[in-house]
Design a protein around this ligand. Structure first.
Ligand code: 4NP
Length: 162
């Protein structure tokens, strides 16, 4: 199974999701590959934002990263596409529709966090203009959604082979 995490710049949220989900799937012995992309090309080629790398490293995660823009064919090569907010959702759908590619497998990441659904808080907010706390919050939201995602994949016995 292959999962793609998507945000706007591919330097803050989706790289954090890539590192966290990859570690959670490995810990759960689920054979799921994770990578990431951004709907915008503005930061393509860059490393992850230093604030994102700092919060990852301080929580024990590692990541080698080079930001890239989402290309339509990537959508058809992934089983599940996890976006951070509604703006990302619109952006991914627009990219898919321009190329006639199905986007039924695109979901908000926090749909896998039951508490987030109950609270009506389905977005991982853009931390770009805030401080370090915003990045800590993002990491914790992603960790909680990842726990739910691992449970979901197990419960629904999704074919994770290959
Ligand atoms: P990301 O964060 O989408 O989580 O990677 C952002 C990165 C850059 C910008 C906005 C959000 N920007 O405006 O440049």
């Amino acid at each position: 199974m292959r999962i793609l995490a998507v945000c706007l710049g591919n330097i803050c949220r989706s790289p954090i999701a890539e590192a966290v989900l990859r570690a959670q799937f490995a810990a759960a012995s689920l054979p799921v590959e994770v990578d990431s992309a951004g709907t915008s090309a503005a930061h393509a080629g860059e490393d992850a934002d230093e604030r994102a790398l700092r919060v990852l490293h301080s929580s024990g995660y590692s990541l080698q990263h080079r930001a890239r823009q989402l290309q339509p064919e990537l959508l058809s090569q992934r089983d599940l596409v996890l976006v951070m907010d509604h703006s990302n959702l619109r952006g991914v759908r627009a990219i898919a529709e321009r190329s006639g590619i199905n986007h039924d497998h695109v979901r908000l990441l926090r749909e896998f966090d039951a508490a987030a659904i109950a609270a009506g808080e389905l977005e991982v907010p853009d931390p770009w203009y805030g401080g370090a706390q915003g990045f800590t919050d993002v990491l914790q939201m992603i960790e909680r959604a990842g726990v739910g995602l691992v449970q979901h994949l197990r419960r629904h016995a999704i074919d994770t082979a290959g």
